[in-house]
Design a protein around this ligand. Sequence first.
Ligand code: NDP
Ligand code: 2IT
Length: 447
Amino acid sequence: MSNIRKIEDIIEIVKKRNPGEIEFHQAVEEVLFSLRPVIKQHPEYIKSGILERIVEPERQIIFSVPWVDDAGNVQVNRGFRVQFNSAIGPYKGGLRFHPSVYLGIIKFLGFEQIFKNALTGLPIGGGKGGSDFNPKGKSNEEIMRFCQSFMLELYRHIGQFVDIPAGDIGVGSREIGYLYGQYKRIRNSFEAGVLTGKGLPISGSLARTQATGYGLIYFVREMLKANNYNLKDKTVIISGSGNVAIYACEKIQEYGAKVVAMNDSNGFIYDKTGINLATIKKIKENERKRISEYIKYHPCAEYQEGKSIWSIKCDLALPCATQNDIDIKDAKHLIDNGCIAIGEGANMPTTNEAIKIFHKNNILVAPSKAANAGGVATSALEMAQNSMRLSWSFEEVNRKLDDIMTRIFKDVNEVSKKYNLPSNYVAGANISGFLRVAEAMMTQGIV
Ligand code: NDP
Ligand code: 2IT
């Protein structure tokens, strides 16, 4: 049987075994197809069933999360934790609270996390969790009660040497604080390294809040440099206006680029004079309001609903909201408008078809597994500080983050060249991450 056939067979098995989980199928297809050249060189991986084992989560936990809302009504949500792969370290990955969450979303995110975490070079395996709970419009007390109920089940499955959750969409330091308080109470143990993305008063790390967005820009900076471009005076569009989007905006503005548009799930703002980030932080971080508020402070800006943000002209597109944000139609708009590069801050924000079109048109793509790895890398730095019972300065963590992102780009670039796929950083990231996990799996036998 040829190797190509083998990969297609495995994808078929994944589709049959995980019916309806389309995002998971998409993530598996993207990775496995790009591994063809590696598998050819490593028949021992086939023999050891590395591919069959890597697409099957080691453990999947689904639980009910009952809680009482402010009106006294009982609500029930569904909680998930998928512990995907522990070849190179304890399971590590965020929690997503969003109404669209179901097993297929958590599995795609957990699968991607395996390779991303491997790329950081730090000892962390891959996992992800979350709930279909919708935090929008909920009071602080409702968020707290939900987090406490969620942890009342999750606590038995996690631990600093077992599985270390963190934030993702809908989960920031407020939620991590409530989750941590409940974990500590149940266990009667101040085990700081069990969760990351904690606030500074409870052993969080400086620069973790900024890490994913800053890391994305460090990676994009290196990618542009390798292709004789730079960030200065580039016109940029960023989708989303949450944690990743805000700090990507902050860092790219520091490098002299101009961000002209951002959005949330309702609509986008276009400010041709350049987005005022202080206003975005006030609306989104402090007041938790909609991005449409921006035009109240900056009446010259425009607010639009029902139209794609990617129809605006830009040099750089940074999708930092959610999966499948850029489809073929958006990709064509971006190409026609002269865009030179995509930097994926969100996980899997570009469809597989759109990535193909970008590559065909020589548009550079910084793939999420590599480009947004700064968040989880800094989470691992938070764990290291917690183990040492020390905390590093903002400058020190930020410098380590920059070094890690610069090194990830170098690895991804070298691997893409080695496999004769120059500038295909998507393949470079998949292959580089996979090789680290596969080698770790090989040394541990069939477990
Ligand atoms: P936040 O919850 O802070 O922000 C999410 C942003 O994306 C909001 O502006 C939200 O708008 C928008 N958004 C979410 N879902 C949708 C949707 N279905 N359609 C349109 N817009 C949407 O999350 P983060 O910034 O933390 O996460 C953003 C992305 O980055 C995610 O893909 C996440 O997986 C990824 N990521 C996050 C990391 C982290 O450290 N936080 C690390 C690595 C990756 P609205 O408020 O209207 O919902
Ligand atoms: O997608 C991701 O890498 C995250 N949401 C961050 C995970 C983490 O453990 O910090």
